[in-house]
Design a protein around this ligand. Sequence first.
Ligand SMILES: Cc1cc2nc3c(=O)[nH]c(=O)nc-3n(C[C@H](O)[C@H](O)[C@H](O)COP(=O)(O)O)c2cc1C
Length: 731
Amino acid sequence: MTISVWRYSHLALAVSSFLLLTLASVTGIILAFQPVAEKIKPYRADSFNKVSLAYTLPVLRQTYPGITELSVDANHFVQVKGTDAEGKKLLAYVDPQTGKIIGTPGKQSEFFQWVTALHRSLFLHEAGRFFIGLTAFLLMLITVSGTILIIQRQRGLKRFFTRIARDNFAQYYHVVLGRLSLIPIFIVALSGTYLSLARFGLIETPKQSPKIDFDAIRSKPEKKAADFAIFKETKLSDVESVEFPFSEDVEDYYTLKLKAREVAVNQVTGEILAEVKYPVSVMLTNLSLDLHTGRASGIWAVVLAVASANILFFIYSGFAITLKRRANRTKNKYKAGESNIIILVGSENGNTFGFAQAIHQSLLKAGEKSHITELNNYTVFPEAKHLIVATATYGLGDPPTNATKFAALVKKHPQQNPVHYSVLGFGSHAYPDFCKFAYEVNSLLSHQEWASPLTDIHTVNDRSPQEFSLWAEAWSQQAGIPLNVLPQLQNTQPKDLDTFTVTATTSATRTDGTFTIQLQGKRRLRVNSGDLLAIYPMNDHRERLYSIGLIAGQVNLSVRLQPDGLGSGFLHRLKVGEKISARIVENKHFYFPQEAKEVILISNGTGIAPFLGMISQNTNKTPCRLYCGFRQRSSFEMYESLLLENHASGQLSSIHTAFSREGEKQYVSDLIERDAGLISAALEAGSVLMICGSLAMQKDVMELLETICSKKAGKSISYYQSHNQVLSDCY
Ligand SMILES: Cc1cc2nc3c(=O)[nH]c(=O)nc-3n(C[C@H](O)[C@H](O)[C@H](O)COP(=O)(O)O)c2cc1C
């Protein structure tokens, strides 16, 4: 909720000021070149911080008896005014140590004058100045709200400068450059605001002249200017200007305008006749001018130019982000109340909407009454048969802004009819709480009486189209509704296929019709146990996926022959030596963990396939327990010798079997219940639990684990899921 308040404020401020901000930034970039151009002129005084007035003033007065004023500007150029020895007008830059003329001040560039006027007042005098001042103030607020958004995004001030996950170009650089130019932009905004307030008299900047008591002026003791204490202690770097006495009359005096005060000095005795200290507001005005214009430092002027250019980029990227967020919000053809399929979307930046739209459009094309809306619009859907939740995760595993009310709404509005649900989580492994919110949604729905899962929860890392299509395939198969979400992936002839040769196969002689098949890739392939083999039985877009167990470099599949099964029938007909075209689909989320205290493998039926490979590859001998369920003992026997071999070599710590149609008639969940204490303690200690097999088995096991974990460890199973301790690949 808070993220949205700041986000909307940030956006509202940006929208209300972007035109003037663009103008101020463009002119700001141009004006930043002015001090740089000035500073490269060769009039700069050396030893500026060392030379005192006691040295310079006598030299200048001797060289130019008609001198009336000396001034020092931000570029460290020393300028003299008055008349020269021949009585002609004197206006020149001089070397303060020798008095030698080193240049003549030129006229200010008309171009810079024009740009300055535009930058300050839009050529609209006071009204323009007001709008520019307001823009500076809004920029200050934008900077503050932006900082808070970055702190929230980075989950705290301490992590402010830690790595940023790259989302998309505009978003990534909006944050990266925002962090870098935050301080200069804030300074520009603050100093601009201050100067405007001072200009409009809302901050008083009175500059009074020293009041001199002429009756008290003394003409003794006479001293040389070089011996005046005030001249000795005043360096050129402190001076803004010095007005010379008009005549030699003792009542005429030096006026020193310094950085912090104005001093009147007796020209005969060197006494201080009077002085006025400037109020803090005047000093702040000077400081603001230095900071806002970059006149005091060429490097700072360049920083200001870069910061102004960044503002332009922020305007562009900010709008790009907003437009992306708003994209894909289409009107529905069918109302929520009349639709059979409801797609609920949780999205912060619009990407998830893009995927959800693909589902929606495909369903509409297939003649389904589909309705798409945000998770926060959840209500009773009287005609719904399917609920598809596609949601991203944000913050500390939090819901996106448009999904924050979902949990409360689900409790408030139970559906009146049974509804199948399927959750598709979008997230990124760059964040520690991968797809946590999607897991929470899945867990929440699994507890609703009216809800039954149609598919296992699927996650999509970094918007992987392949992972997305895996979900689409699973959903489509279960629902019996065609779903062509990615025509480029699914409708075209499969590309980049590899050739595999059948090296062994067992016939489906088991009563449950299970068989195994071994394939050897023609070339060395990047494949791991847990990856999927995609086959195309009809050589068209119809793809079937099987979990791979990699044993001795060979792809091993366990398949149950289904009546009229497209994929299983195709594989079953293959003979040793035959070749097929297929491709490996990476399934990284279901790899045997590199580091884990212990790994607990739970499977039923052919779900054992990837585990056979993982155990065979467990040469590090990570403690590993296998719980596997089959209908009959005979189904287990085809894996038994391999498992016993691995057990003997220490790659498998223990084997626990359950047979549902023989002996004690147990399910794998009965074994989990039996070892509840052990499993809960293992999860608490950081072990990883992997589940592969049927969705029904997964549902039972997950429900059981939920009860076990909340009873024994006081935690929901979604806690372990979001910490990658519960991995599942069910179908
Ligand atoms: C600030 C921020 C925080 C994120 N936090 C998480 C997170 O905790 N867990 C996760 O899996 N993904 C996280 N993500 C990744 C997004 O969920 C992912 O990029 C998603 O595809 C964005 O979808 P959307 O554009 O629809 O919002 C985060 C992304 C951002 C920008």
